[in-house]
Design a protein around this ligand. Sequence first.
Ligand code: COS
Length: 384
Amino acid sequence: MDYFLTEEQKMIRDLAREIAQDKIKPVAAKHDETGEFPWDTMKILADAGFFGLYIEEKYGGAGCGIFELVLATEELSRACGGIAVCYAGSALGTFPILLYGSEEQKQRYLPPLARGEKLAAFGLTEANAGSDAIAIETTAVRDGDSYILNGTKQWITNGGEAEIYTTVAMTDRSKGGRGASAFILEKGMEGFDFGKEENKMGIRATATRELVFQDCRVPKENLLGREGLGFVVAMKTLDQARPGVGAQAVGIAQGALDEALRYAHSRVQFGKPISSFQGVQFMLADMATQIEAARALVYAVSRMIDFGSKRFSKESAMAKLMASDVAMKVTTDAVQIFGGYGYMKDYPVEKMMRDAKITQIYEGTNQIQRSVIAGNLIKELAGA
Ligand code: COS
């Protein structure tokens, strides 16, 4: 389908596709097997300018937007959903600074992130605060010119590998959601350590780790926005980031369709390629149609954000919800088309199915996305 990309957008997409096919696809299975963080690929993406795509030029970025980030994330995910999320997860960690950082914070933190010299990570989730993000127990207590953070963040993408961490802690629990505040932390700060590294079903190339704060002293200059704004920072960050999960899902699904189509065309049973059987053809047709519909929604929402829409929580949740459900369905069908071979690690589709699953869970489960969508529909009805 023609999305009328500009010449610059075509260039970004084509370069991402080239890197994905030439540099990522050949190492995807190795990273899936070992869980080794793909620093070599991050360096290639950094050299090609991908980390600065959505960052303003004055901070060393390319001055493009969410749409370009989405184009890149989709193409990288087509080759490996795990390696792609090391890249996209850095954008998630950077968004709070872009959205709420002071001029000073932006000047300090954005240039090395734009150059890809440093990766970022976003720390919200805790053991007892997943979907119920307001229930976070990490505290930040003001002490002179600093805040003292105590608590543990869980399942943090790029944890341990990133240098810059945007995180949320309670500064006044009695105020509920309005008592949370967001901070920028740096690896190496005293009292900031890393805990358990997770052994995951999919996206195994990326690090998923605990962040442990024990009397971690953070200068007050590292507060994002103002005290009490933390929950809004987190929610706005997720609104901005969810189309990226949608793009990851579309990419994984497209990768699975590419494989299934090629396999169906070459696999002969009953004397004919299985692609000549209507049962398989209908599956391929549905897979392609669902992917295109998801892609169209992800692109439309990304463009809506870049064109300056003020409210896009609902649409952002829709893009993530639809694309991730499509990715799960399409990758499952790809395994089915491969039959017994699809279940074997010698073929790439079982990994794609494992990688797809997380897109229905992280950055808010799809049940939470439905709550966000319905909540907004009801608000719109009430004219709020
Ligand atoms: N933008 C700005 N503000 C928002 C917002 C948004 N998208 N969504 C909620 N808020 C504000 C609300 O306006 C409300 O503010 P006040 O307290 O000032 O009125 C506050 O945040 C609380 O909102 P709400 O009452 O809707 O909170 P709930 O606890 O009922 O639910 C959900 C919030 C479920 C939407 C939220 O917790 C969520 O998204 N959970 C999933 C978290 C997630 O994605 N985790 C993944 C880990 S991060 S990778």
